[in-house]
Design a protein around this ligand. Sequence first.
Ligand code: ATP
Length: 618
Amino acid sequence: MMVGHWHGAGILRRGDLMLGEKEFGRAFDWPVYRRLFGFLRPYAGPMTLSALLTLVYTVTNLLNPYLIKLAIDGPIAHADPAGLGVLSLLFLANSTAAWLAQFGQTWFLAWVGQQVLYDLSSRMFNHVQRLSFSFFDANEVGRIMSRVQNDVQVLQEILAQGTVSLAADVVTLLGILAVLFQMNPRLALLTYLVLPLLVGITVIWQRRAMESFRRVRAAISVVNATLQESVSGVRVIQALVRERDNLRRFDALNEQHLEANLQAGRISALILPAVEVVSALATALVIVFGGGMVLAGELQVGALVAFTLYINRFFDPIRDIAMRYTLLQRGTVAAERIFEVLDTRPEVADAPDAVELPPARGEVVFEDVWFYYVPDVPVLKGINLRVEPGETVALVGPTGAGKSTLVRLIPRFYDVKEGRILVDGHDIRKVTLKSLRRQVAIVPQEPFLFSGTIYDNIKFARPEADDAQVMAAVRAVGLDELVAGLPQGLYTPVGERGQNLSVGQRQLISFARALLVDPKILILDEATAHLDSRTEARLQAALGRLRAGRTTFIIAHRLNTVRDADRIVVLDQGRIVEVGTHTELLRRGGLYRRLYEVGFGATPAPPAGDGSAGTRAS
Ligand code: ATP
């Protein structure tokens, strides 16, 4: 099977997971629709108008062959030029009405569709960006993106097209059946005989088309995932000279895509000839039997002509209903997925009686704090720690000890599972997230920069800050000297995620950001990358200024940092195993000393920078 083949091509697991996603559900899932229609409510006016116009279009469209019948059997059969003129005008008027109605209907539907798309996208975006970290741990970026983009698009289609157009198709089909019956019941029943054949062909075709369509989409998503990864990782690919293998891998996937598309093309090419044959069969039946009836004087010529015209219109609504049915099946799944996201409540949210955290002094107390990401795998096991206002605490410990987890609990990125954390005596779960997070700033190890200039990125932390405040922060961390060499200085674009800048520059930008927030509690994950000694010194100086007057937690990877800290807290396997100053802990000869001897162990043996620092200390 194809999926197996993709495995063979060495594609990522992520791509495979996307393939496994359910794509078709029940076409008529009423609870889902009830909720969906809620999105149409603001546009009830245009939707009703469009439904009316659709009805006008359907009826006028149905009327045309009938007018031809009337012309043939009336004025033409009776040589009545005036009557013919009237009917021609009627025909023209009817056609004009049909065109106008079609224009109006299409335009209104497109308008409503785009409005709904806009509403849904913005609801999704707003909701997703408020969800807690745990949601993003459990859902891959690609999947979230596809929810926000593809699923919303599918919904937009079914809401606008699916509803009104499906109704129009049904009306058209029933209308044709009724008109035929009205003209001649016997011939009509005979004509109905081809209907099962038409429906059968359409259903079989639709099923195959759906399958091949699904394969095309799956192929596209794998090709896209690979392309995206290759473009993002192009530096690594070039550095490792993997272009050729990579191309081979991509080609294999691309070929699958091509094959799937060609197959889809073949299937869609099949349907028209098949339907033509059935229509021809029906027309032949009508001409043979209807012709006999005309000869026997049981049917008028005009009716015979109208019959053949209507037969050729049978197929369109049948095919459209089949296609829309599939759309509905895709739509209910898309809707379920969207609702699933919209119904996900942020795990961390304000308590109903949450109060504002008053301007903090910065005391932070952990009381018997337990935490896990996965039940039964505790990551923090009974942490007790009191940090005084203005104190600097360095966290050290082997990798996976729980240092990052510990600090993530302070701004409530996750909530403690047991115990509590107090800021100035307030349980942080009892104050509003906004007031808490405004007083806590985080400088991550790998600062995330958005596209834009250095200046934009600093101001991102506090958009209401004025230029003077931004410049003060820039100067305080010494970023001004560092950007002086850049052609546009502070207004240099940082490139995607700050790729145009050095690690030191990125860290300093992140420092300036934090300084602009002016938090009472500062959390800093030191960069592990080796920095040259000048940058290192600059960062240390900036850090000194940054933490003055604030309670600071630093996940420390450098000797200078731990020596400057008021206290060092050593974590191991989720527990605090030692607390003290650098000299005290060294003297004790425990885990800290061992970590110190291997350059803090939190990272693979650090290169010269930290090593030489270690020598200096001894
Ligand atoms: P490092 O110095 O390597 O960053 P750390 O001491 O900061 O390590 P944490 O990142 O807090 O350690 O991780 C502690 C444990 O929790 C590890 O076993 C890690 O695998 C696990 N963990 C961390 N983040 C998550 C997450 N989002 N979901 C599940 N498990 C996680």
